[in-house]
Design a protein around this ligand. Structure first.
Ligand code: FAD
Ligand code: EPU
Length: 345
């Protein structure tokens, strides 16, 4: 009898009907290590997963998917800050709420981001003017071949825009098991983005910021429990100042954000929107009506539908603006991660 692959449909927020040879729930580092050794002995690949809110499975995975569910939150109060040691399998948004309930501000701008705390350093999650790097103290990584856990301090994590060392040097053969956060007692609200600018910095509370962030997000981003999606499908592109100046001659109202290094970040959602792609549909996949940077599983989409849609979106934006979008989402093939840009050329 052929092996029946367990389903991953509820383990990826796009809700794609894909499977894996084996699906393991790990609530300890030892379980991850055992799964790694067994996979190696059987010459099968292994993929760590949190809540699958930043992955696109291109097909069934031929190895073991390990769902990281390592729990535990320890909070220590110090003179200047609260220090948190958080198990990698703690849900991020639940952590944000828990800290606020305990009277510890600092994570409110990062409310409602799906996924596990252990995944948060990998793309250096960010929203509404705050990134994980602003609150991260350290990341504990388990080296799967040796079983040794190493603590990387924030400065060692090479955090950048949707980037970190965990997408490069520490990508293969490592599992994040815990994240350390440091939340300063000298709380300052970050009110630099969108509707947050309307709040009064002298009187605003962290809960008010939290509520405003939740409200903005709920008005544009689809809830993955209702409509499959992976948040922003593409990164916001960084282009040269010369190219940005050139584009602004034709598009006066183009959102643009000059960076410290001289580059200019554009809003990919705006670029896609300008191509009149909101609501555009290919097979079961569609461009979200409220936010063009989000691709959704509108109706039983297949991986191929999502890939075809992403390819079309990238080509249309590229042809119109000569700006070539790169996926933010990680593309996972039968054996492991693939080059996402090549997959949609
Ligand atoms: P997964 O998708 O499970 O995994 C992502 C990658 O990390 C995979 O390559 C996986 O192999 C690897 N990985 C997972 N766990 C581990 C581990 N323990 N050790 C080593 N590698 C591991 N992101 C933002 O930055 N800002 C936003 O505002 C935002 N909004 C979103 C809104 C919606 C509606 C959705 C669906 C997504 C959004 N995202 C956002 C993207 C997503 O929430 C983040 O990337 C999140 O950190 C992914 O967490 P996860 O546990 O689901 O990771
Ligand atoms: N815009 C449009 N049309 C659209 C979408 C956006 O014109 O269809 C314009 C908006 O009006 C705004 C600009 O584009 O002027 C930026 O849009 P928005 O504020 O919605 O943010 P974003 O750049 O699309 C980024 C992150 C989000 C994060 C928000 C808030 C990336 C790739 N995405 O989105 O992160 O929540 O800012 O900080 O950087 C994610 O990574 O999955 C994600 C959702």
């Amino acid at each position: 009898m052929s092996h029946q692959y367990p389903s991953l449909q509820h383990d990826n927020t796009l809700g794609l009907e894909v499977g894996a040879y084996q699906r393991v729930i790990a609530d300890t580092p030892a379980t991850i290590l055992r799964a790694w050794q067994e996979a190696k002995e059987n010459n099968r690949p292994l993929l760590l997963l949190g809540e699958g809110s930043n992955v696109l499975f291109l097909e069934d995975f031929t190895g073991t998917v390990v769902l990281n569910r390592i729990k535990g939150i320890e909070i220590t109060e110090q003179d200047e800050a609260w220090q948190l040691h958080v198990g990698a399998g703690e849900n991020w948004h639940a952590l944000v709420e828990l800290t606020l309930k305990k009277g510890i501000p600092g994570l409110e701008n990062l409310a409602l981001i799906p996924g596990m705390t252990g995944s948060s350093p990998i793309p250096n999650i960010g929203a509404y003017g705050v990134e994980l790097k602003d609150v991260c103290d350290y990341v504990d990584v388990l080296h799967l071949d040796t079983g040794v856990t190493q603590r990387l301090r924030r400065e060692e994590c090479a955090f950048g825009y949707r980037d970190s060392i965990f997408k490069h040097q520490y990508q293969q053969g490592y599992a994040i098991t815990a994240v350390g956060l440091s939340l300063s007692k000298k709380w300052q609200p970050v009110l630099t983005y969108g509707d947050l600018m309307r709040l009064n910095p002298a009187t605003v509370t962290a809960w008010e910021v939290f509520n405003a962030v939740c409200h903005m997000r709920q008005s544009k981003l689809p809830d993955p429990k209702v409509t499959g999606n992976v948040g922003s499908f593409f990164k916001n592109p960084l282009i040269s100042r010369e190219q940005a100046n050139q584009l602004m001659l034709s598009y006066l109202n183009m959102p643009h954000y000059p960076q410290a290094n001289g580059e200019v970040k554009l809003a990919a959602g705006w670029l896609i929107d300008q191509c009149d792609l909101k609501g555009f549909r290919l097979g079961g996949a569609a461009v979200h009506q409220q936010q063009a940077l989000v691709l959704i599983n509108a109706d039983r989409a297949t991986s191929q539908d999502v890939v075809a849609l992403a390819r079309t979106v990238r080509a249309r934006v590229g042809e119109k603006f000569d700006v070539w979008l790169e996926p933010e989402v990680r593309f996972i093939g039968a054996q492991g991660e693939c080059n996402a840009v090549e997959a949609i050329l």
